[in-house]
Design a protein around this ligand. Structure first.
Ligand code: WT7
Length: 635
């Protein structure tokens, strides 16, 4: 890599081997995005070619409709005789050693489990819950759903039983796949216990339990061990034929209110976009060993931990544990020991690695591309990642996307560049985007505005919110009209057209890259009997990027520590340990507009010392001073 002024460019070495190394593809994608994606669509296996590439009936759109396929045929059937490693499983306990699953074995395992699901009555279009740790069975479960056309709905294994229940109630799934437990940071987690709690008051009739840690579990009537479930099932099964526009999976994410939204992705477009983006952005090739650290509970886990490496015929690293345990630099040893060639992680992890391992002693010579995702990365961490991990050799792709977009839409390509720390880069070829002011005009360079995606959008973007059409329209296709997708992010472009993400314009906060809404947290907190009113805001944190704090108006006098502990416990129970709040402030009033809306923007700025801006819409401006004092008292 070489640097010119404030921009980095790929070296000749990187360019020489890159899938894409010149501007041509940008020109093509810019001129005619539809034919750009059509060309990409020819790179996956179809049973029948699509009839219509793109159609738009605002706010709805479709890609490749009439096309018939099953995503698993592009990599399972295509490689069913191959002994190459598809899944490289690295358990947390090092003494257990790695486990390699070849494409051939994966083909059989998926078919066996898919047959079992079919025997249990699961049909095309049925939702299936997956509440599993990062173990091979989780990958098999996801792929088996895809194989029979059932919609997997993965729930992050560190989410609480209540979070699981809400999602299962919303989907009305009948089958849940889980495990007895998992290892994390030296502890054995009892996942089955949460699953038992979580399926109460849902329509779950069967719970399939993978045995991971030999936890003592009580098998209930609905429960069946994974091994019994697949017993005598044949390892052959013809994949279910799907229409390109049939739903493939649902993934819940936090929205602007307390209730999570079920984002729907469809079969054809998602497959096309996943493969195309992996080849462009990660320069993925069949001999790559790709380690995406993201848990399957998040969209990154779906698209880039699981589907992308498989659909590219590469090897996926599936890591169960914590990357800095039992040694702070375990992640670096993994890269060296298993010759990881592409490493995809998040700013929170990078900041943690940097803090714990200032100088990286490992060679890391197998690495060729680094990636970051989920939240803005600060310049110091970017430079450290580039120097200490990439040894100034590897391009760093700072990838912008969302659960809703299904895949990365903005980042500079490794063989083209340019890269500028803290800027995610250029929109991908085939992606039409803009940055708009509130009137809908494009803003000039260096001016902030709303980041939007323009038609024809992209093949892998969401097609709706499960059972919630109204919210789909309101959240994405109202702010700038029914033909423009609003991302809820604020952004600006520099003079070279590189995009910098400023942050969310809604009530979403990113805690260690994980998406939470202040509303969700407030809902849980106000359940506490002592709390009359509550406002949650995300404030800056050195490692996690953002962390939530809460301002509380109380009904009765309470001791702060004790109340904080009660609230923390409730958040753990309702959401999970990621909802840990850093601090609570007991105050007598909270700033609100005349219409009763919380002024979160103001609350946030109290911590940064920024100018508070226009306070004239507040009904109780004096409350700002109350908050200021509470913060000061606590410093
Ligand atoms: C939000 C989406 C998409 C994978 C994981 C997150 C923020 C995402 C970046 C980046 C700055 C980023 C945005 C976005 N975000 N990537 N490279 N730089 N911010 O998915 O949980 O749906 O969150 O994450 O604010 O809207 P998600």
């Amino acid at each position: 890599m070489h640097k010119k002024e404030n921009l980095y460019y790929p070296s000749e070495e990187v360019k020489k081997n890159a899938n894409i190394n010149n501007e041509e593809v940008y020109n093509k994608g810019g001129e005619d995005p539809i034919s750009f994606w059509e060309e990409r669509a020819n790179d996956i296996v179809w049973r029948e070619k699509w009839k219509e590439s793109f159609s738009h009936n605002p706010p709805y759109f479709s890609w490749f409709s009439g096309g018939k396929l099953n995503i698993t045929e592009s990599f399972l059937d295509a490689n069913k005789e191959s002994d190459k490693t598809a899944v490289l499983f690295l358990p947390e306990p090092e003494e257990e050693g790695e486990k390699k699953i070849s494409y051939k074995e994966l083909y059989k395992e998926v078919n066996r489990f898919a047959n079992a699901l079919k025997s249990a009555g699961v049909k095309k279009g049925d939702p299936v819950g997956i509440y599993m740790p990062m173990i091979p069975e989780a990958v098999v479960a996801m792929l088996a759903c895809a194989r029979i056309g059932a919609m997997h709905t993965v729930v992050f294994s560190a989410f609480s039983s209540s979070a699981l229940r809400i999602r299962m109630q919303d989907t009305s799934a009948k089958v849940l796949i889980t495990a007895d437990g998992y290892y994390r940071g030296g502890r054995v987690n009892n996942l089955k216990e949460s699953a038992d709690e979580g399926v109460k008051e849902t329509s779950i009739e069967k719970v399939v339990v993978a045995n991971r840690v030999n936890n003592e579990v009580s098998l209930n009537e609905k429960d069946v061990w994974w091994s019994d479930f697949i017993k005598d099932q044949p390892d052959e099964l013809e994949a279910q034929e799907m229409d390109s526009e049939d739903p493939m999976f649902i993934l819940y994410t936090s929205g602007s209110t307390g209730k999570p939204k079920g984002v729907i992705h469809t079969c054809g477009g998602y497959a096309v976009q996943t493969k195309a983006t992996a080849k462009m952005i990660f320069d993925m090739k069949e001999d790559d060993i790709f380690w995406s650290m993201a848990d399957i509970g998040w969209i990154t886990g779906h698209t880039y931990t699981v589907y992308a490496p498989l659909i590219c015929g590469a090897t996926m690293v599936l890591f169960e544990g914590v990357p800095n345990w039992p040694q702070a630099d375990r992640w670096a040893s993994i890269i060296d020991d298993y010759k990881v060639s592409i490493f995809y992680t998040a700013p929170t992890a990078i900041r943690m690695f940097k803090m714990q391992t200032k100088e990286v002693k490992n060679e890391l010579s197998s690495l060729r591309i680094l990636g970051s995702v989920g939240e803005p990365i600060d310049e110091v961490s970017w430079e450290w990642f580039f120097r200490e991990v990439g040894k100034e050799r590897c391009p760093v792709v700072d990838t912008w996307w969302q659960t809703e977009t299904g895949g990365v839409l903005i980042t500079s390509l490794p063989g083209v560049g340019p890269f500028r720390p803290t800027f995610t880069g250029r929109p991908l070829p085939g992606v039409k985007f803009d940055i708009l002011d509130s009137e809908g005009n494009s803003v000039p360079a260096n001016k902030e505005g709303d980041l939007v995606i323009m038609p024809p959008f992209t093949p892998g973007m969401l097609r709706g919110l499960y059972k919630n059409e109204e919210k789909y329209i309101k959240t994405y296709f109202t702010e700038h009209g029914e033909s423009i997708f609003y991302t809820s992010d604020t952004a600006y472009k520099d003079d070279n057209g590189l995009v910098r993400i400023v942050g969310r314009a809604d009530d979403v906060i990113k805690v260690a890259g994980h998406r939470l809404t202040t509303g969700e947290l407030e809902n849980a907190i106000t359940k506490n009997e002592s709390v009359a009113e509550c406002a949650v805001a995300g404030i800056k944190d050195e490692i996690k990027g953002e962390v939530p704090v809460a301002f509380l108006v109380l009904k009765e006098e309470r001791e702060k520590e004790e109340l904080h502990e009660e609230i923390a416990e409730k958040l753990r129970k309702d959401i999970g340990p990621i909802a840990l709040i850093k601090n609570i402030y007991i105050v007598s009033d909270i700033p609100k507009t005349r219409s009763g809306k919380m002024m979160r923007r103001v609350i946030k700025k109290l911590f940064t010392g920024e100018d508070l801006g226009d306070l004239s819409t507040l009904s109780n401006p004096e409350s700002v001073e109350i908050l200021k004092e509470a913060i000061k008292k606590d410093e």
